[in-house]
Design a binder for this molecule. Sequence first.
Ligand SMILES: [Zn+2]
Length: 354
Amino acid sequence: MQEREEATNVLFWRMRATIGIVTGLIVFFTSLIFYFSSVRDDYFIELLEETLLLIPLLLVSSYLTYELDMKYKKVKAGYSLYIRNSVSYLYIVVPFWIMSAVVILSFGKPYLTFIYLDVILSLIITAIIINVRVQIWKRISKEIDSPTVLKRAKGISERMGIKVSGFRVVDWSKTKIANAFQAGLFRPYIFVSNFLLENLTEDEDMAIIAHELAHAKRKHLKKTLIFVGIDILVIGNTLFAVIVFLLNYGLRLGLAFGITVSIFTTTYVLLPFLQRRYEKEADLIAASFTDPKLLSDSLLKISRLNHSPLNLPRRLNLSHPSTNERVEYLKEMENDRDKEANDMGIRSRGELNH
Ligand SMILES: [Zn+2]
């Protein structure tokens, strides 16, 4: 029974990822085609054409994801919610187009473009740091209303010695997403979806909240952002310099690759290495403040709630180790703990005998 569930979940995630990747690739290559086939003065018309061309693609892609979620997760949300999520692709495409148009139209000199590239990359990094989504989440969430959950969560954060701005609950019951995350650079907020809170026991909720608090304790978000910032700047500048000054392929190619490749390699190749380490670290800290068994039980439950395979392949979930991997090292920790308790028991009994 469980094996069958796992197989279905793997299929579900594969299909979902395929839709996302194919859509992303089409968007990316469409941008490139428009970018390189363009004439200097037509940038804004092309931007309009590209956007118009992408809209039907995004509608189809979001519809397929919606159908898939309806079939496997039996979501109660409407299609419009999926369109909204899908349209977020345009947030990447449109600013890229406007920026590159401005650069090429106004300068055209290699060194000025070089400086401009750094201004753009710095703006992108600033946007990531400010994280407008925190403001949106804050607006759409409310404080956790259970006094006991709130009190216990505050208790753990005090024991860990960290200050948080609040524990908030987001309504994801329609999309059936069981998730928790921390956001905000200074005095972060801990967000938990109500679908998670309601489907786990209070003790399990605490284990998950402790995991998020552990991220804050170790300043994982800050470290990640510093890493991402430096990375994007170094890769972006190097690529630009190599393409423009060494290979003489021109400013447009240098700019396009400097921006896109640095962001893509950072988010899809380098960042996952760091994130996976941080996830394990947060798990182990959370388990030491709560209980390893409790945390692994919660993780198993969450996988099940999200129809996420226990052995989710690495390429489908870059930022987290698979649930089985996490359960495994938590079990190890639990065994070590038992052994330690046993040893101490023997020792103390020994002391009593003497
Ligand atoms: Zn985490």
